[in-house]
Design a protein around this ligand. Structure first.
Ligand code: FAD
Ligand code: SF4
Length: 504
């Protein structure tokens, strides 16, 4: 029997389960990595995402070779014929790979006609296995991130003193929502110059005549485990101390603030969640960092990241098609081209994504996703755009974040109420409104901010459904108090905006 291992582009870790399973026989175990040109045409991906994944794969292939694995690297049109060629050449009788994290890809691999048997190995990348997460959900009357997070803290013994949370509290989020009132001295991010391998990938991507999104250069992301570790180290030394307080703040021209920028690397396998969590915890003890910063970040990784993956695993296949509000609008064109909008918050963030493929959590949730939600864009169109635009996007993380959290299309499995907000929130948490042609206080009139008229239009369109949720009563009471003339004007403004932007 000859086992061959296929390594997928988001499983780039020497300790991943398929490699571990053959480690003792590595010299006799052929390994393959494949770049598929047809796969990257499934959607117009951000060019830097393509460069990142292919360059990281090429670097990982080198790393495997240096460790003694016989590696084949192919850049082809389709996976299936390339796999069969390699299977025949190497007389492989069993193709082994770590179970793909993304369901559509798993289904397409299952449909391949291969010249040998195939074995999927359960992944060791996430902290909770599918079975363990399912067991946890089955034991609960309600699904709440906070309950899951506490379970994770206890199970992995993170920031615990005996069986109690350090600092006497599980969650310090209240200290982590400071608006950027004064001018802030933000840290600089660690970026890299493209090496030879990356420069070659950039050339290759430029030579493919495919539809893409965003700028390919300057490309500054790390592409190997060693660079990912440097980024993590840079973050622990320079940013973690102040990560918490301004986590939700947004400032013009500040693309990264105190954020870690590690999602692209954890999602590719270059860093593992547990090593990151352990290093953050160690830094807390070593440097006496504030607990609100340390706990706030650990909650993102041990809590949110694992929770999103778990929910993605336990939900039905049709979770990605959910549309609780029955929103059917198309995505406004300016999401694909920042120059086409004069709304300053959206323009700034879209421009930033075109340049880097990155935006932080609140920019994604409270600006990009919020606007699509209140306009009534189809959740699937929103999901497609996020998947194309972001450097760290994969199906398992997009679907729960966009369909569930951002668009509330699952009717409340992931969030207890929709993340819908008017310009009031944006003005409080950013400096975008100061330089905008629209007036953040106005909901009617020529200069009314579109976030305002769409917010009230959204509430009025869905008031019955929102009332049944029971957590929106305060804003619905304000809606009730609104003069019918004003509501009419708001609805007219929303309709005029849609007409002008090619929506129905
Ligand atoms: P930091 O702010 O430094 O946070 C640290 C880490 O926590 C992140 O690197 C990430 O690994 C983890 N994390 C925090 N929140 C989440 C979450 N909700 N889901 C999963 N992991 C989380 N994250 C992605 O990795 N890929 C995506 O495509 C993605 N799309 C999103 C779309 C929407 C609408 C929303 C609301 C969130 C999305 N997120 C996504 C989650 C989160 O916004 C990003 O993980 C984070 O902004 C990445 O930047 P960072 O590494 O600097 O994060
Ligand atoms: Fe965005 Fe409205 Fe503020 Fe302009 S006024 S930046 S559109 S929230």
């Amino acid at each position: 029997m000859t086992i061959g291992i296929w390594i997928l582009g988001d499983q780039l870790n020497l300790e991943q389960a398929a490699l571990l399973s053959c480690h003792d026989n590595k010299q006799e175990t052929p390994v393959i990595l494949i770049e598929s040109c047809s796969y990257i045409q499934k959607r117009p991906y951000h060019q830097q995402k393509l460069v990142l994944v292919f360059s990281a794969m090429r670097h990982f292939a080198e790393e495997l070779r240096s460790q003694g694995w016989p590696v084949t690297y192919k850049a082809v049109q389709n996976f299936e014929p390339a796999l069969n060629d390699w299977i025949t050449t190497n007389k492989i009788t069993e193709l082994r790979l770590v179970m793909p994290y993304d369901r559509p890809f798993f289904n397409s691999i299952k449909s391949f006609k291969l010249d040998c048997s195939i074995k999927f190995i359960p992944n060791n990348h996430f902290l909770w296995s599918q079975a363990e997460f399912k067991q946890w959900t089955d034991s609960r009357k309600r699904l709440l991130l906070e309950d899951f997070y506490r379970e994770g803290r206890k199970r992995f013994n993170i920031l615990m003193e005996e069986d109690q949370p350090i600092g006497g509290q599980w969650n310090f989020d209240k200290q982590n929502r400071k608006p950027p009132k004064k001018s802030l001295n933000t840290p600089t991010a660690l970026w890299f110059e493209p090496d030879e391998i990356t420069q070659q990938v950039i050339k290759d991507i430029k030579s493919y005549k495919i539809e893409t999104y965003g700028n390919i250069e300057p490309f500054k992301w790390g592409v190997s485990r060693s660079q990912a570790l440097q980024i993590l180290e840079h973050f622990l030394v320079n940013n973690l101390n102040n990560f918490g307080p301004y986590q939700d703040a947004m400032i013009t021209g500040e693309y990264t603030m105190w954020h870690s920028l590690i999602s692209p690397y954890i999602n590719l396998g270059l860093l593992t969640p547990l090593e990151v969590i352990k290093k953050i915890e160690k830094a807390y003890y070593e440097f006496d960092y504030p607990l609100n910063s340390v706990e706030g970040l650990i909650r993102q990784i041990l809590g949110w990241r694992e929770y999103m993956y778990g929910i993605y695993q336990v939900m039905d296949d049709n979770y990605a098609d959910k549309n609780w509000f029955n929103h059917q609008e198309k995505l406004p064109d300016f999401y694909w081209d920042s120059k086409q909008t004069d709304m300053n918050c959206l323009k700034q963030i879209l421009q930033q994504i075109e340049e880097t493929g990155y935006a932080h959590h609140i920019q994604r949730l409270m600006i990009l996703s919020n606007f699509a939600l209140i306009v009534g864009v189809s959740p699937q169109a929103v999901n497609d755009w996020f998947h194309s635009a972001f450097i760290d996007a994969y199906d398992w993380v997009m679907v729960p974040n966009v369909i569930g959290m951002g668009q509330f299309a699952d009717g409340g499995i992931l969030a207890s109420k929709p993340y819908a907000a008017s310009a009031n929130y944006i003005n409080k948490m950013s400096d975008y409104c100061k330089n905008c042609v629209y007036k953040q206080k106005q909901r009617t009139g020529e200069k009314a901010c579109p976030f305002n008229f769409f917010y009230w239009d959204f509430l009025s369109r869905h008031q019955q459904k929102l009332k049944d949720l029971g957590r929106m009563n305060l804003v619905l009471a304000n809606l009730k108090k609104m003069e019918s003339e004003e509501l009419k004007e708001i609805q007219n403004k929303a309709q005029q905006w849609k007409n002008k932007n090619g929506l129905s």
